[in-house]
Design a protein. Structure first.
Length: 296
């Protein structure tokens, strides 16, 4: 008679089944309670992709990783929402600031502990307040920049977090896909970060190792993003480019698209570009890559 920890299904079949359930965390957790074997297989799928948006979530994940350190190698994608204290009543703001400080501490420890991170998303949870990179806790900023040095990190997404120092992406060791979304401003000059002192203030960032770039809802800073991408060498190696909802910044997007035309294999633009007959006929006519104009 088989024990409760055994299964008649081979491990690869169990993994396939659990992989199909990755979007249903509740069901995966229920499966993990069936027996020890299921628990071992399910853990990898439960912790493969994690979202941390507040202090309770960060604290809970931090404690789990302390109890089960082997899980630090199972987390492949981490999505982080960062908040800032609001300008409200002093007593309430003080409590919120303390909670943000605790969140930053736990979050920093979590990011540092992850050994197989392939994708990192940093998102500003503004709720009406602008989240700006220089205002983040100094240790948290250093930890995020340190994560870019991880040989496993291939995807980095920056959303609703203004004044991020794009120059620091030169330290992104295994860069593949960069996504910039809902940004009002970016910083193309070095900040006083540890990474800056290693290469020297004012050193030009060589980011030619980034091969895929997505830009969405970044109208106010598309000019700076484009100028940075060209000067840092991205346009000389970029294989895939996606630009959506640039609004009035669509004209600035032309220059960057044109600078990348010799290396691109895939180009996706929103329908705002279709209205510009000059762009369509004079620039896209010279493209040898596959391009599409998508409706959003």
């Amino acid at each position: 008679m088989k024990s409760k920890s055994e299964s008649t299904l081979p491990p690869e079949v169990l993994d396939l089944i659990f992989c199909l359930l990755e979007s249903d965390i509740a069901t995966l957790k229920a499966c993990s309670r069936v027996n020890i074997l299921f628990s071992v297989h399910v853990e990898r799928h439960i912790y493969r992709e994690i979202t941390v948006d507040n202090y309770p979530q960060a604290k809970r994940l931090y404690n789990v990783l302390l109890r089960k350190p082997h899980l630090t190698s199972m987390v492949q994608f981490l999505h982080v929402g960062i908040s800032v204290p609001l300008n409200t009543l002093r007593s309430i703001r003080s409590i919120f600031s303390q909670r943000v400080a605790q969140f930053d501490k736990e979050l920093s420890a979590i990011i540092l502990s992850l050994t197989s991170l392939e994708g990192l998303t940093i998102r500003g949870n503004s709720d009406g307040a602008q989240v700006i990179w220089p205002r983040l806790d100094g240790r948290l900023r250093s930890v995020i920049l340190h994560a870019l040095r991880s040989p496993s990190l291939k995807n980095f997404t920056l959303e609703s977090l203004d004044e991020f120092p794009l120059f620091s992406l030169k330290n992104w060791a295994s860069a593949s896909r960069l996504t910039l979304s809902k940004l009002h401003s970016v910083n193309v000059e070095p900040f006083d970060e540890p990474e800056a002192s290693e290469s020297g203030q004012g050193a030009r960032a060589d980011c030619s190792h980034i091969c895929s770039l997505t830009i969405t809802l970044c109208c106010p800073c598309i000019l700076n993003i484009g100028a940075w991408a060209i000067s840092s060498g991205i346009s000389s190696q970029l294989r895939q480019l996606t630009m959506y909802s640039l609004g009035i910044g669509v004209h600035e997007g032309y220059r960057f698209v044109n600078a990348c035309q010799n290396t691109l294999t895939t180009l996706e633009l929103d329908t705002g570009f279709r209205c510009e007959s000059e762009f369509t006929t004079e620039i896209l006519a010279h493209f040898t890559c596959n391009y599409s104009l998508q409706s959003l």
